[in-house]
Design a binder for this molecule. Structure first.
Ligand code: ATP
Length: 334
């Protein structure tokens, strides 16, 4: 549903993202996880058709985000970091307005608006002026405006940032309820967020995707074994199959080729993560050479993912539902 290939963006002379590649299958929630300044917003703005890439391409539902940006915008819902709301409109009035802009026919609008309001639990607020809503409710209106035209793909930039713990739980549950019928990318700098919400994670650091995996495998990767980087010569898919059978190997991923790491013909770079406590380096070398592959380099690598992980372990405030909800009911109006 969403395919991103070798995407790069350079602002002036500042590279914001470099050679970003990932894909999102229909119905999946992919978390784009990275520290501040990693390039999450840049990637999402390119996908939403608001920013041209410097290199590479991206397709949503088969449409190129640059060449067919109108078709793409009709097929996505986008929630930027700050929800684009008109504070003097009512929730319902605003959603009607957005539905109109998104090309929903006048006859379909009431049903679509009601569906978005129900989905986002906004029934009690439908006639409330947006400026009177709490931040949590505004965020729900932001999500409602992203889904009101029922797009197949939804892009959410840091959807829980600035919310209190109860609101965070509600917004996460809302996002999870959209999976299956929608394909979703959300960005976050909070590691626990992806394990709670996403089916797959792409970790982005300093503009590069450094790992893509399920949250479970990622945790193994982060807490488990050491890694090796290989430069091999031969058919890469076959090499991965061969390496997967080596005892002690946990994960194998391709390392994207960058300018400083120029690929030569028929050569590929792989990262192999070993299981905790295992040292499969020697067996990796022997197995590859016996299988007829050229092995130009095999080196241990520092656990780069662990470094990223350390930057991402943003703590969330411990949430005690009884205490926090009681306090919330006393004070908050929306
Ligand atoms: N308009 C711009 N002009 C110049 N540099 C920019 C611009 N927008 C972003 N950058 C730079 O590009 C890099 C990536 O920024 P981006 O906003 O995409 O990261 P992010 O992961 O979304 O971070 P955050 O979570 O802090 O929003 C950063 O170094 C940032 O300073």
């Amino acid at each position: 549903m969403i395919e991103v290939e070798h995407l790069s963006k350079i602002y002036g002379s500042t590279p914001a993202i470099t050679d970003v590649t990932f894909s999102v299958e229909p119905g999946e929630i992919l978390g784009l996880l990275g520290p501040n300044g990693a390039g999450k917003t840049t990637t999402m703005r390119i996908l939403a058709g608001y920013l041209p890439a410097t290199n590479g391409n991206a397709r949503i539902a088969g449409y190129d985000v640059h060449e067919n940006s109108l078709a793409v915008r009709q097929r996505i819902g986008y929630l930027p970091e700050t929800p684009p709301l008109y504070p003097d409109m009512t929730v319902e009035g605003f959603l009607h307005f957005v539905a109109q802009i998104k090309g929903v026919s006048a006859g379909d609008r009431p049903n679509k608006v009601t569906a978005a309001i129900e989905r986002c639990n906004l029934e009690d607020k439908r006639r409330v002026i947006i400026r009177k809503l709490s931040k949590g409710y505004r965020q729900r209106v932001g999500i409602a405006q992203a889904i009101v035209h029922d797009p197949p793909a939804i892009i959410l930039d840091e959807p829980t940032v600035g919310l209190d713990p109860r609101q965070i739980i509600e917004v996460r549950n809302l996002i999870k309820s959209l999976a299956g019928t929608h394909t979703i990318i959300l960005s976050t700098h909070i590691l626990p967020e992806v394990s709670m919400t996403c089916s797959r994670v792409a970790i982005i650091n300093r503009g590069k995707v450094v790992a893509t995996n399920t949250p479970e495998n990622l945790m193994t990767q982060l807490t488990g074994g050491s890694g090796y980087e290989l430069e091999i010569e031969g058919e890469v898919a076959l090499a991965k199959q061969v390496l997967q059978k080596v005892a002690g190997v946990s994960l194998i991923e391709s390392i994207p080729t960058t300018k400083g790491h120029q690929s030569q013909e028929n050569r590929a770079y792989l990262r192999v993560i070993s299981q905790a406590g295992k040292e499969p380096g020697k067996d990796i070398a022997t197995t590859l050479v016996r299988a007829g592959f050229g092995l130009h380099e095999l080196k241990r690598v520092n656990a780069t993912l662990e470094d990223v992980f350390l930057q991402l372990t943003t703590e969330e405030k411990n949430f005690d539902p009884e205490v926090d909800l009681a306090a919330d009911n006393e004070g908050e109006t929306a």
